[in-house]
Design a protein around this ligand. Structure first.
Ligand code: CTP
Length: 406
């Protein structure tokens, strides 16, 4: 499956002879599994018709700020288009458009959309060889790269002028290959399945009461977002939290008890490559769950408890190729306890957070961790947002993941 599968691609077409190849580019992108919307400049319409492109893309093709044909939807909103896209590709990109993009000129829907787009932008220049070599074009491309855009280099060959040289737009399939390779390089976990747990578990006492804890689930949710951003297919098994997630790369499975978490985690574990247990799993549950609400009868009462399964230890005992990471929340002898858990549960790494550190632990937007690896590394990080902590944890995992000794 292509890394472009499921991606929303906004294709910008400008007025150059190579625009006729944009129709093939639309098809190649769709064949790779992307959905494609087209925005084109007025002059691009001299080279390829909007009808061809809308038929191939199965979306209306936009070129002006207003839409005279539909009185209920007169305004073509460049901001919405920019937000819709996972990536924008401008192919062909003429010298004129490249120069305007580099200088913030905004005299067409395509340019306004480019300026509004928050997604990665690729440009595929197409022009005659002398225009391509001209210092203004070179400067435009340099500036656009400095702004974070990616240039798909023009190819060498025969040009529309009859001259032979550099300046031909890269062929549509080469453009798709280039984008796929580029996306893969930025997504080191592409093709990998990552399992993450989050939140507390609730162990019922009776139909209205439970034993739980203060875990918000935020650390696990941030880890899931980071894993998805790195290209992984993510399964997030979460106990009860108020958090929501809308990310096509993340499959969220909500559970309530330690037993349910155990079952879901073991269902997915065999075909995952990385598993991180960030959940605060209850260690004990009531030995009997009352079928009816327990009535107040005596001055004191006891609830007999029994241990839950240690999910992480059970994963460690059946570990094959998985890179397995646990969390340790400690209040004393932190490093010692964490090292001992790493060994006892057969982990590749453990993330220690101490409740003694201000700003770390349950319910807080921040965390302060030490990453302890089986290879002996112990790296402490300063207090950071949980999103940043998730980034640090994955940086450490990626350093070791390929060379792991299980
Ligand atoms: N964990 C688990 N199943 C449990 C308890 C804990 O999978 N029944 C996991 C947690 O998700 C965490 C790690 O084990 O990744 C350590 O949890 P922690 O509560 O710090 O340690 P425990 O092993 O429960 O030991 P203790 O409570 O004695 O510190």
């Amino acid at each position: 499956m292509s890394i472009l599968s499921g991606k929303k691609v906004l294709l910008g077409i400008t007025g150059g002879i190579a625009a006729y190849k944009s129709a093939i580019l639309v098809r190649s992108l769709i064949k790779a599994g992307a959905s494609v919307k087209v925005v084109m400049t007025e002059s691009a319409k001299d080279f390829v018709t909007p009808l061809t492109l809308s038929t191939l893309s199965k979306h209306p093709v936009l070129s002006s700020f207003t839409n005279e044909e539909d009185e209920n939807d007169v305004w073509n909103n460049h901001v919405d288009l920019g937000l819709w896209a996972d990536l924008m590709v401008i192919a062909p990109a003429t010298a004129n458009t490249l120069s305007k993009m580099a200088n913030g000129v905004c005299d067409s829907l395509l340019l306004a959309t480019y300026l509004s787009a928050k997604c990665p932008v690729y440009v595929a220049p197409a022009m005659d060889l002398d225009m391509y070599k001209h210092p203004t074009t070179t400067n435009s491309l340099k500036k656009l790269q400095e702004y974070g855009n990616t240039v798909i280099p023009a190819a060498h060959g025969e040009l529309a002028s009859g001259l032979v040289g550099e300046g031909r737009m890269a062929e549509p399939d080469a453009i798709v290959d280039f984008i796929e390779e580029h996306l893969k390089a930025a997504a080191p976990l592409y093709g990998k399945k990552v399992l993450i747990t989050a939140g507390p578990t609730y162990e019922p006492i009776d139909p209205v009461r439970f034993i739980g804890n203060h875990s918000s689930g935020k650390m696990g949710f941030e880890l899931a977002c980071k894993a998805a951003a790195l290209g992984a297919e993510v399964v997030l098994v979460s106990g009860p939290t108020h958090l929501e997630i809308q990310n096509p790369g993340i499959k969220l499975i909500r559970i309530s008890t330690a037993r349910e978490m155990y079952e879901e985690v073991h269902r997915h574990y065999p075909d995952t490559q990385i598993t991180i247990m960030a959940a605060a799993v209850a260690d004990y549950r009531p030995a009997q769950v009352a079928g009816q609400k327990i009535k107040k009868k005596t001055a004191s009462m006891n609830i007999p408890l029994e241990p839950t399964d240690d999910i992480l230890a059970s994963l460690g005992s059946v570990k094959k190729e998985q890179y397995l990471v646990g969390f340790a929340l400690e209040t004393q002898n932190e490093l010692e306890n964490a090292r001992e858990k790493l060994r006892r549960k057969n982990l590749n790494a453990i993330v220690l957070n101490s409740l003694m550190d201000e700003g770390a632990g349950f319910g807080k937007p921040t965390n302060k961790i030490t990453f302890i690896s089986k290879d002996g590394t112990e790296k402490s990080f300063p207090l950071k947002s949980k999103a940043e902590v998730a980034g640090d944890i994955f940086n450490e995992i990626l350093l070791r993941f390929d060379a792991k000794e299980n």
